[in-house]
Design a protein around this ligand. Structure first.
Ligand code: 4AD
Ligand code: MG
Length: 509
C-alpha cells in the first residue's frame, strides 16, 4: 500500500471486500437491520453495492458506540470502520469487527420495516421502497438491460438518433394519446419515436432511438404503464424477415448478458434460470392464422382446464395453511420472532390467495375468449398468455389482420387483408415484449391507410415525403424495457420494473 493510501482512512465498497480481508476499512452506508445480545450488536449495513454484517462487541473502547449501535434506527446513515474477516456463512461472505462508528443522519421510525406491508403502501413510499433488497436486485438488472440494449445496437452499426417527446400527431392509436398544452396549441406526448427513426434510417441506414414513451392506457393491468421506456431500431432495405432476424439475435444477446452478470440476483428473485437458458435461436415462428387455430384448438382448452383444476386445489390448500398458521400465531407462549415469522408467512399466503382467486374467476372467461377467437382481430392479453405458455422459447407471431394494426404497417402482397408485422411473445406466459413490422413504403397505399384510420394526411406530410423522395423497403421494431425486465426477472407485475411507475391512478411520488 502506498503512503498516500495508508494515511487516509480507507473506504471500501461492500462488493469489493474480498480484496480487503485482514485490512481495516470504512464502509459508508445505511443500517439495514440490527439485533443485539446485550454484549454484541450485529449491524447489517448496506451501501448500495451489497450487504455486510458488522459486529460491535461491548468492551471499554467500544462502550459509547455500542450504546449508539443498540438504539440506532433502521436506515440511519453510518460510517463503520473495522477489520474485514472472510466468513462464508454471512451475507456477502464477509464480516467486519467494528472499531469505530460514526452516525451521519439518524433515522427514526422508518416506515418500511422488515414486517410485511401492502403493495399500495409500498408504492406510496416508492422513494424509500427501492432501498429494499428485492427492489435493489430488480433495478440492478434493469441497469444492465439498458446497457446491453445500447451496447447491442452500438456494436452492430446502428446510429443512435434521439427523437422528440412532444409529437404533433399520433404514432400509434389515437385512443392512447396524452395531450399537452403547447403555448395554446395541443401537442401529444410521444407514443413512439418510430416515425422519426424512419426519417433517420433514410439518412443513416441503421438507426435506433431509446427513450421514454407515453400511452394513455385506461387499463390497470399487470402489463401496462402510462410511461415506459422503449428502444426502436429501424433498418433501411429490410423486409419482415430482416426485422425478425435482428429481433431474435438482440433478445439472445440480452438473455446471455443477464445470465452472465446477474445469476445471484436472479436466484434471489427465485427466477427459474433453466427456463432462461432455453432462450436460444431459432425462436418459434407462427402466423396470426396459426395462432388463431391454436387458441380455438384442444391444446389451449386442455391448458386452461388443467389450470382450473390445479389452481382450485391450491386455493383450498392455501386457505388451510392460513388457518393453521393463524391458530399457531395466536397460541400461548409463542416467541416474538416465531410470531413475526408467521405473520409474514400469512401475509404472503393471503397475497397468493388473492391472486389465485382472481385467476380462478377469470379462467372460464379466458377459455371462452380463446375458443371463440375472432381470426380478424388482435390477440388479447389472455390469448398472448396462452400462446406464450404453449412455447418454451420466445414465439414470433406474424401477419396480423391489417385493420387491427397501425396505419404504417406494410400490406402483405399475397394477402392484402394482412400486414407484414410481427409481435414477439416471451415464454412463461409473459406475452408481447416486441412489436414491429415492415413499413408501408408505397405512397398511395399509405395515404389510403391514413384516411381509413380517420387521421389527417396534413399531419403526416413530412412522413409522406419519405415515400416521395427515394422510398425503400424498411422496417424495425420496438422493445419495451419494463415488460422485458418483468419476464427476465420472473415478476408478476410490471410496477416493480421501473424506479417510479406511472400507471392509471398512480403518479406519486
Ligand atoms: O407494439 P407497440 O405499440 O409498437 C410500437 O410502438 C412501434 N412503433 C414499435 C416499432 O415498430 N418501432 O409497442 C412496442 C413495445 C411492446 O411490445 C411492449 O413491450 C411495449 O412496447 N409497450 C408497453 N410497455 C408497457 N406499458 C405499455 N402500455 C406498453 N405499450 C407498449
Ligand atoms: Mg404491440
Amino acid at each position: 500500500m502506498s503512503n498516500k493510501e495508508s494515511n487516509r482512512q480507507m473506504t471500501a465498497l461492500i462488493k469489493d471486500l474480498h480484496q480487503h480481508v485482514g485490512q481495516t476499512v470504512t464502509l459508508q452506508g445505511w443500517l439495514y437491520n440490527r439485533r443485539d445480545s446485550g454484549k454484541i450488536a450485529f449491524l447489517v449495513v448496506r451501501d448500495g453495492s451489497g450487504l455486510c454484517q458488522c459486529v460491535v462487541a461491548k468492551n471499554e473502547t467500544t462502550e459509547s458506540f455500542f450504546e449508539n449501535a443498540r438504539r440506532l434506527g433502521q436506515e440511519s446513515s453510518i460510517r463503520v470502520t473495522g477489520l474485514v474477516r472472510a466468513n462464508e456463512k454471512q451475507i456477502g461472505g464477509h464480516e467486519i469487527d467494528v472499531t469505530a462508528l460514526e452516525i451521519m443522519g439518524e433515522s427514526v421510525d422508518y416506515p418500511i420495516t422488515p414486517k410485511p406491508h401492502g403493495i399500495e403502501f409500498l408504492m406510496k413510499n416508492r422513494h424509500l421502497h427501492f432501498r429494499s433488497r428485492r427492489q435493489w436486485h430488480i433495478l440492478r438488472i434493469r441497469a444492465t438491460l439498458v446497457d446491453e440494449i445500447r451496447g447491442y445496437f452500438n456494436r452492430n452499426g446502428f446510429t443512435l438518433i434521439d427523437t422528440p417527446i412532444f409529437a404533433p400527431a399520433a404514432g400509434e392509436g389515437a385512443q392512447t394519446l396524452f395531450t399537452v398544452d403547447y403555448f395554446g396549441e395541443p401537442v401529444y406526448l410521444a407514443q413512439t419515436g418510430q416515425l422519426y427513426v424512419e426519417a433517420a434510417c433514410m439518412a443513416f441506414g441503421k438507426v435506433y432511438c431509446f427513450g421514454p414513451t407515453f400511452r394513455a392506457e385506461k387499463s390497470k393491468t399487470r402489463r401496462h404503464l402510462t410511461e415506459f421506456w422503449m428502444v426502436e431500431p429501424e433498418i433501411a432495405y429490410a423486409d419482415l424477415d430482416g426485422v425478425i432476424e435482428v429481433a431474435e439475435d438482440f433478445i439472445c444477446s440480452i438473455v446471455q448478458r443477464i445470465l452472465r452478470d446477474h445469476r445471484p440476483d436472479l436466484e434471489f428473485l427465485g427466477r427459474d434460470i433453466a427456463a432462461l437458458e432455453k432462450v436460444q435461436k431459432p425462436f418459434n415462428r407462427i402466423t396470426h392464422k396459426e395462432a388463431a387455430d391454436i387458441l380455438r384448438g384442444p391444446k389451449a382448452k386442455e391448458l386452461l382446464e388443467r389450470d382450473l383444476t390445479t389452481k382450485t386445489a391450491r386455493v383450498a390448500e392455501v386457505k388451510g395453511l392460513i388457518a393453521e398458521k393463524e391458530a399457531k400465531e395466536k397460541s400461548q407462549g409463542i416467541k416474538q420472532w416465531e410470531k413475526d415469522k408467521l405473520v409474514a408467512e400469512i401475509h404472503d399466503l393471503r397475497d397468493e390467495l388473492g391472486d389465485l382467486e382472481v385467476e380462478v374467476q377469470n379462467i372460464p372467461h379466458h377459455m371462452q375468449l380463446a375458443a371463440s377467437f375472432d381470426g380478424g382481430g388482435d390477440l388479447g392479453g389472455s390469448d398472448e398468455t396462452i400462446i406464450s405458455r404453449l412455447h418454451e422459447r420466445p414465439c414470433f407471431v406474424t401477419h396480423y389482420p391489417r385493420e387491427c394494426k397501425a396505419f404504417y404497417m406494410k400490406r402483405n402482397s399475397d394477402d392484402p387483408t394482412r400486414c407484414n408485422n410481427v409481435d414477439l411473445l416471451a415464454p412463461d406466459g409473459y406475452g408481447e415484449i416486441i412489436g414491429g413490422s415492415q413499413r408501408e413504403d408505397d405512397l398511395d397505399v399509405l395515404l389510403e391507410r391514413i384516411n381509413e384510420e380517420g387521421l389527417s394526411p396534413a399531419d403526416y406530410e413530412w412522413y409522406l415525403d419519405l415515400r416521395r423522395y427515394g422510398t425503400v423497403p424498411h422496417g424495425g421494431f420496438g422493445l419495451g424495457v419494463e415488460r422485458t425486465l418483468a419476464w427476465l426477472c420472473g415478476l408478476k407485475h410490471i410496477r416493480e420494473t421501473i424506479p417510479f411507475p406511472r400507471m392509471m391512478g398512480r403518479f406519486y411520488p
